[in-house]
Design a protein around this ligand. Structure first.
Ligand code: PHB
Length: 375
């Protein structure tokens, strides 16, 4: 067998560094920073260190930054007092500063708007008195632990997303991402296990998309036609890697149609390993299928630049660098448009510059040591 992992045999990385014009969004490279929780915003306020962290990535060839999840104005949206808020004067001032720094460095940035739903531990800060909320009061393990959301509460959460979208536009962001993935609130509506409602928000696959579609529509109304809305989705859940929202391409199409009609511009398709085919009989990955079905641009993600999969590495296993040829072949085939990089960019702000310049030996290996010195 020939070795495939040497610099010499690497395909040209140029396709990662081509600009992309989507009409509503012009990006200088195809590299996206994936949203990653940091918990470095005391009292929910992102400070100058947060701005500097994102600026370093923008200075180093990242075309689009998607921020860590930042929570909408609802008391049970997070259970972590150090996760940034996306409401309130001080937090929004902090975010405006992040935007200014990233724009100065020539980058683009969107906030990831987040509500964790029933994954929040009851009694946790910043609002210990608030009940955790979800479509049916059923947690990701399938246990009934409290009461379903009422329609009135559902409407107030939808309005909180829309207000956050309007604020994102007002303070200069380049779009928004809605976190519809990984078993958090929006995904709890999408997933059969956690959504057992018998009203119009539950039942069929299409009914389960109603909450997401209403949020997308309310955000679209709040920001107008030309402000990009990215929808992040996943089959897998943080505690259930084998979960599937749609087991076939036909079901995936049923699922995507209401979201598309509601006004999504870009789908961010989270997988744990970008090279895995989504369905039998085709080599297309999840982002490839979503692009094929919707005709919209897609972002792929999943262990790009690493060999180990998500979370395993956090348990102390070190990850080497993966062969990125597979990614380049898929990009060149237009299987997807953009590539989100998570952990590799977390540990190395200059990851994209190093890849562009072929400085592969300078890339920081992903291991417990590297995680101690994040900046
Ligand atoms: C996490 O904080 O571990 C986390 C947050 C959001 C995700 C996935 C993981 O989508």
């Amino acid at each position: 067998m020939e070795k495939t992992n040497t610099t010499q045999q690497l395909k040209s990385v140029d396709s990662l560094f081509k600009s992309l014009s989507l009409g509503i969004l012009d990006l200088s490279t195809r590299i996206v920073m994936a949203p990653m929780t940091r918990s470095f915003s005391p009292d929910g306020i992102p400070g100058p260190d947060v701005a500097a962290y994102y600026r370093r990535r923008a200075e180093n060839g990242v075309g689009l930054i998607i921020t860590e999840g930042t929570v909408i104005n609802h008391p049970a949206a997070t259970g972590d007092p150090n996760v940034p808020h996306f409401y309130g004067e001080k937090a929004l001032e902090g975010w405006a500063n992040v935007v200014a720094e990233v724009h100065e460095a020539g980058g683009k940035i969107v906030p990831q708007l987040w509500h964790v739903g029933i994954t929040r531990r009851s009694g946790s800060l910043p609002h210990p008195e608030a009940q955790s909320v979800s479509p049916s009061g059923i947690n990701l393990q399938g246990e009934k632990i409290n009461e379903p959301l009422t329609e009135e509460e559902i409407n107030s959460i939808i309005q909180a997303f829309a207000l956050a979208a309007a604020d994102a536009k007002r303070i200069g962001f380049d779009g928004i991402e809605l976190h519809g993935a990984h078993g958090y609130l929006i995904d709890q509506f999408l997933w059969e296990r956690t959504n057992q409602r018998t009203d119009e928000y539950g039942g069929s696959m299409i009914a389960r998309t109603r909450f997401a579609a209403e949020i997308i529509k309310a955000c679209r109304l709040a920001v107008g036609p030309d402000f990009p809305i990215i929808f992040r989705m996943s089959q897998w859940k943080t505690s259930h890697y084998e979960a599937k929202l749609a087991a076939t391409p036909e079901l995936l199409e049923q699922f995507l149609t209401p979201l598309l009609e509601a006004g999504v511009d870009i789908f961010h398709c989270s997988t744990r390993r970008f090279w895995e085919p989504e369905f039998e009989g085709s080599n297309l990955n999840f982002a490839g299928w979503v692009k094929k079905i919707t005709g919209k641009p897609t972002i792929t993600v999943g262990a790009v630049g690493l060999t180990e999969d998500f979370l395993g590495a956090f348990r102390g296993k070190s990850s080497g660098l993966a062969d990125i040829n597979e990614l380049l072949v898929r990009m060149d085939n237009d299987e997807f448009d953009l590539v989100a990089i998570g952990r590799a960019l977390l540990i190395d702000p200059a990851w994209a510059s190093k890849v562009r310049e072929g400085r592969f030996d300078d890339l920081v290996p992903f291991n417990a040591e590297a995680l101690k010195t994040l900046y």
